[in-house]
Design a protein around this ligand. Sequence first.
Ligand code: SF4
Length: 520
Amino acid sequence: MTKLQYFFSETKNFLIGAEIVPSRGIIPLEHHDKISDFAETLCQDDRVHWISITDNAGGNPRLSPSFLGEMILQQGKSVIIHMTCKDGNRNSLESLAWMYASEGLDNLLVMSGDYPVAGDRGTAQPVFDLDSVGLLSLLSDMNRGLRMYGRKPGSVVQLSPTEFFLGAVVSPFKLTEAEQVMQYEKLELKIKAGAQFIIPQLGYDMRKFHELKLFMDENKLNVPLIGNVYKLSGPVARLFHKGVIPGCIVSDSLMEKVEKEKKSPDKGKAFFIDLAAKQIVTFKGMGYRAAYLCGIENHRDFDDVLEKAKEYETSDWKYFIPELLYPNSGEFFYYGKDEKTGLSDSSVRNVRPGAGDRRKYRKYVSPAYRFSRIVHSLIFSKRSLFYQSRVNSYKFLEKHKTLNKLSYNFERAAKSLMFNCHECGDCSLSDIKYLCPQSQCAKNQRNGPCGGSLNNMCEAFPEKTCIWVKAYGRQRYFREKTTLLDRDPIIKDNSLKNTSGWANYFLGRDHQAEKHRFND
Ligand code: SF4
């Protein structure tokens, strides 16, 4: 058990974490820089229980989090290292994880990561071999003792288990029903895949943070929930308001208030400190286990926020709520509003399974999808009468090279015409309502949406609708009651590239086969 895990499981203390964003460039050992000096002062501060270090935040290259992580660990403070999937494939992530485990950097916050926006001489090629759920699954396998084939044929060896304390992120600040419901479904899958603590993305509407707490309580997702407190400044508020930083939301009503406060002699500094302090006190009151302070670059501001929060601790936290409600106009709430407090009321649900608004979701139901549904139920479903005959026919085709090639070419033509198939060979069409994650999702997300969509549109390509929004729409249109992510995590097998996805499915070679449960 890591020290941080111990704080969460064995104490009732409300914990405080601080975020550090490494800079791009060398930190000379003898001189240090502004960021490492700030990290050192945080290490001396007994009110701080851990320091989090981001991993190429915003998709920009920066100093690896392990450098500052080791420095902080040596000073006796717990560290959370952010680990993302954008810059490395599963092997490089596993190798990084072995390094973190060997260095004692055992607390990891796992995310898919922002789409790369920078790099030397142009933009970097994003990787996304795994998504956040896939990476959580890998790290959980390592915690159980990763199993792999030994040298002797058929032998299996088990590596020493790691002791990672794994966290994940969720956004309660999505604007539409499709985005929000999918975020919550993915949250459940992340916890199933091994997430042991949760940090929501930043936002400034306490009703949304309360909604997340109620959702987790209702669904018995009993892992520590950590409140995200991002201390704003005028320029940052404007950036967030424009929606240019994925997942960071400042509403019109908050922006109006910020513009007013910016005219004061201190340019709104007291307001920003006060807002952050009130958020901390309210998170504590609502039953969050910790507050995670971001957006602060010097210890004086950090101290001001915590001192202000201490001052407010003697007041009833509910008193602050009216000052912490900055909703976006027309946004979706999973639960109704408690008119007395202004927070959420879980007895009123705004999503009723099966009660779909068909007109609203018709635009996502293409003729290709209607056709695919029929073909799926007739041929691909394991309950179909023709399923076994297809298995037999693929066994036959495997033995006849020319026929097999013809069949593969037919599949390629049909799938590329209907779904813009990129021939990954480990087909997820049936998992995502016949939308291809390989060709239509910038981050190849097979286990639910990333956190970056904005008002239904994709983080990386804002002119395109997120495939998970479309998939949700198709499900609602046909009034299906099951959830899209009530299943095991999907991890694509790259050895199947340029082979027949249909053959791989019917012959048990793709992600739907039992062999992929090797490390369960
Ligand atoms: S399609 Fe959706 S899940 Fe994929 S990158 Fe875009 S916003 Fe993220």
